[in-house]
Design a protein around this ligand. Structure first.
Ligand code: ADP
Ligand code: NI
Length: 217
């Protein structure tokens, strides 16, 4: 099979697998991350095939939607890539990216590093901020039936991985626990520039949110 054929099969596989996914982690999230990754790739020297495969497969079975199981995503990706007769070295690299991409309160689980991981991670993080980031966050909060905001419950940006994963705190708190921290965590210059603009947009949104909360007309 050629690389374009494998990419095309991967898109079909991901779209089918995520057909009932939560709105912020659905096929369109994958497509935006894939497009972000291709944009960053155009400015960096990296393996295109690996970046494309990893961005398409990075949320194939997110642990949040699988009772906290962090192994099922990498396993599913590996099993699929084996059906496509992808080179084992490429499979290993893609699986390592999927294992290491996640934010989870900013806690790193291993020492694996590559420019391809940097790119896919930036592409995913860009989709967590700005207007889309705001929309995804409130969608997820609604999915969990969390409150929009509660002035009595302060945000905790220093949560442990465990606390972060089981957090039921108001959705506005997620901005301080994750979204507003992402701008300074971007790996590539390209993503840093885009993140600066999206970050400002979230600050404007929050200013307006509090004004309206206080009853400003
Ligand atoms: P990662 O996979 O990088 O650890 P997550 O999957 O936790 O990141 O988050 C992806 C997106 O899901 C977030 O950017 C946010 O939009 C939404 N999300 C995750 N956790 C929460 C939460 N506790 N409250 C609101 N939105 C959340
Ligand atoms: Ni993602």
């Amino acid at each position: 099979m050629t690389q374009p054929e494998i990419i095309s099969n991967t898109k079909i596989f991901v779209q089918e697998t995520l057909k009932d996914a939560e709105g912020g982690h659905d096929w369109f999230h994958i497509l935006r991350v894939y497009n972000n990754a291709r944009h960053i790739l155009s400015k960096e020297t990296a393996d295109t095939f690996i970046v494309e495969l990893a961005s398409l497969l990075h949320d194939i079975a997110d642990s949040k939607f699988h009772k906290g199981n962090e192994e099922i995503g990498p396993q599913k990706a590996k099993a699929f890539l084996e059906t496509q007769a992808v080179d084992p070295e490429v499979i290993n690299h893609v699986v390592s990216i999927i294992e290491n991409i996640s934010y989870k309160g900013g806690h790193k689980s291993s020492d694996f590093h590559s420019i391809e991981l940097d790119i896919v991670q930036d592409a995913d993080r860009l989709d967590a901020i700005g207007a889309i980031g705001i929309a995804r966050t409130f969608n997820f909060g609604g999915f969990k039936n969390n409150p929009l905001y509660d002035p009595e419950i302060p945000a905790n940006p220093n949560q442990s991985k465990k606390e972060y994963k089981k957090s039921r705190s108001p959705t506005i708190n997620h901005f301080y626990e994750k979204l507003l921290l992402l701008k300074d965590k971007m790996n590539t210059e390209t993503a840093k520039e885009i993140a600066t603009k999206r970050h400002e947009f979230m600050e404007t949104f929050l200013d307006q949110f509090y004004k309206e909360w206080e009853g400003e007309l």
